[in-house]
Ligand binder design. Sequence first.
Ligand code: ARG
Length: 572
Amino acid sequence: MDLEKLLTDRLTPAFATVAGTPVDPVVRRSQRADFQSDAALALARQLGRPPQAIAAEVLDRADLTDLCSAAEVSGPGFLNLTVADEALAGMVSALAIDLRLGVPVVTEPETVLVDYSAPNVAKEMHVGHLRSTVIGDAAARLLEWLGHRVLRANHLGDWGTPFGMLIEHLVDLGEAEAAQELSMGDLDSFYKAARVKFDADDTFQERSRRRVVALQGGDAATLRLWRLLVEQSERYFLTVYDLLDVTLSERDFHGESSYNDLLGSVVEGLDRLGLLRESDGAACVFPAGYEGRGGEPLPLIVRKTDGGYGYPATDLAAIRHRTGTLGATRLLYVVGLPQRRHFEMVYAAAAQAGWLTPPARAEHVGFGSILGADGRMLRSRAGGSVKLVGLLEEAIARATAMARERNPELGEAEAAEVGRAVGIGAIKYADLSSDRHKDYVLDWEGMLSLDGNTAPYLQYAYSRIQSIFGRAGVAAQPEAGISLAEPAERALAFELVGFGRVVGEVADSLEFHHLTGYLYRLAAAFSAFYERCPVLRAERPIRDSRLVLCDLTARVLRQGLYMLGIQTPERM
Ligand code: ARG
């Protein structure tokens, strides 16, 4: 139970009595006291009474004795609340013996499906896929830790017209050569070579067309070649996931092609419901409320003029499968913002078809682009899109060099391990700590800095605490009495007891910058505490109390970073 909630629960009935109607006391952290409630100000106009009088009457009626050491009306009618040291200490003690760190398992677990990563076969993963992978994995980890049943779905782009040209290119290259190129992760050159031939060579184009028909018709030889492309690409994607330390595995690949058998019945179903209309020879759904610039209804093309099914049809089939067969009630689509309208229209159509009905709902967890230092879309020196693996390798190389330089005691193997944890952590944290709706600038110096709101700073704080325990040769005693006499101890305690609230909010909003912001404040509060409050040199029982604060900070940092997919090396 967090403090905002405890105080809110105490103030709510008092406000309701005074106002004669339910009122949210709007309790928040404050500079002047520990917490503050401004609700009396808004209420004053409504009740035609001075805000100070309202606030005073609320204080009279609210039962705050065990929770607050001081509660007073200040200024124009704020309520300033000071939490009693014993109450705060009691909460810290409860946290110390709580394996869940104040984040209980949800009482109503649901099946959450997270659609993320979703690169395209025989095409290099780009930075957009990086964002999807990092954000989606954090969502899966966090919701799983809360006790939900999480299904990961890697909606691989493994079907469609480009496969005609890709298979023909594979035939030209020879299977062994093609497999070699793809498994090495040379996806871009493979794709581009196929594209160049397709654009320049009419007979190649014709072969490609015929190949698409054979593929859609289920020709066995063609399917075998297609599978080769898919398998080699999947193998390569798995090496990227491994490097990136994400929880996606082979079992989570559910490419677009896996819905092929459902497409016919999806279109039939839409037709039966009277939702299909023909437009220029294509079968379309026009979900209510979506209009183009000129006010014309916008179509979702489910069957193209040539009879083929496209991206929207696959997504509709996927929704029906996910809610109907898998029983998911919360569907998360972690895909860049340019696809927002596509998803909104798909959700609307699915709802109309009865495949997405409460309690089931879908959310587009959209995100902006990664920009280069020049503020433009990230590009390689040659002007092409940046290869994801190159980016990861650079981060690891930089972080490993840093680790070697900073701590010569680390052997070669440990420096490499720390470099990996810090480099990958820095990349993920840079992504997760920016508001996902916005673009952000990739800044190597900034993200690897040991100062500021970065992964290395938090990892360093964690390792510093581990070294305290290492030096002391003791462990914290969770049952030790907690004393919060110093302001820096109190400030740290307030952060510690706030973990549950932040995690709960982020589980809803999936705005991970609130979690990173929290962890950063926690680490900063710890630094201030550690500067002012000696731990090992303190006398008992103060020393025991401070050891508990240290240990709790480390545990919250580790769990928080774990949910972001970031490791916490014991030393660095
Ligand atoms: N493969 C697509 C892309 O690279 C992303 C797929 C997202 N998921 C979905 N269910 N449509 O843009």
